[in-house]
Ligand binder design. Structure first.
Ligand code: 5GP
Length: 216
């Protein structure tokens, strides 16, 4: 797993960036901004048995599949991780992640803490975990109601789940309090750049330095 560091052009290992948060903390907006700003990151599109929300596109937001299809993917070991969230099944298809890493892309995952733990077990060295917190309970509630995509019973269920989701923040490498989108986006961009520059990820450094010192 190696590709060119877009900042230094020295070969490096690909990175799996995970973003988790309680529902409504702004994670989807932040991941779209990151993908729009950085051509070297591709999104992992999960499979889910949940029904599409208004505006969601099959193949872009999720692959919407039946429980039987999901169970078959688990059985055939086609999922890198999977979990039940709010009564629906969600999982990460293995193949596109391998393809993206092979062609030199980092991969961004919008998955919950259960999936993050599974990825950490399988590939901790290449994993960077970012947790997004809302600035307050009130703002989380307003955002969940304001996005107007879910019925009030679904909003209530998601609010009720939030404390349990939030309790997993210490399992993440970075925590961002998403008060203002632009500022959070800048913080995420800084994390991405710093992680790409980590020495152990820059597997091409030895060769780069050897070639350079020969010329000195
Ligand atoms: P939503 O239904 O709001 O799109 O997502 C509900 C939760 O499921 C979110 O916390 C989201 O991060 C999580 N999720 C989405 N896809 C996956 C996945 O493939 N695996 C896991 N473990 N969680 C996922």
């Amino acid at each position: 797993m190696s590709n060119l560091n877009p900042h230094t052009h020295i070969p490096r290992r690909g990175i799996l960036f995970v973003m988790s948060s309680p529902s409504g903390a702004g994670k989807t907006t932040l991941s779209r901004k990151l993908l729009g700003a950085d051509a070297n990151i591709s999104m992992s599109v999960s499979v889910t048995t949940r029904k599409p929300r208004p505006g969601e596109v099959d193949g872009r937001d999720y692959h919407f599949i039946s429980q039987a299809q999901f169970d078959k993917m688990v059985h055939d070991k086609q999922l890198l991780e999977w979990a039940t969230v709010f009564g629906n099944s969600y999982g990460t298809p293995r193949k596109p992640v391998e393809v993206a890493l092979n062609v030199g892309c980092d991969v961004l995952f919008d998955i919950d803490w259960q999936g993050t733990q599974q990825l950490a077990q399988a590939m901790e060295d290449d994993l960077v975990r970012i947790f997004i917190l809302p600035p307050s309970a009130e703002i989380l509630r307003d955002r969940l109601i304001g996005r107007n995509q879910d019925s009030s019973s679904v909003v209530a269920k998601r609010m009720a789940e939030a404390p349990r989701e939030i309790s997993h923040w210490p399992e993440y490498d970075y925590v961002i309090v998403n008060d203002e989108i632009e500022s959070s986006h800048r913080q995420i961009t800084a994390i991405v750049m710093a992680e790409r520059l980590r020495r152990r990820r820059q597997v091409g450094l030895t060769e780069f330095v050897r070639a350079m010192t020969k010329q000195l």
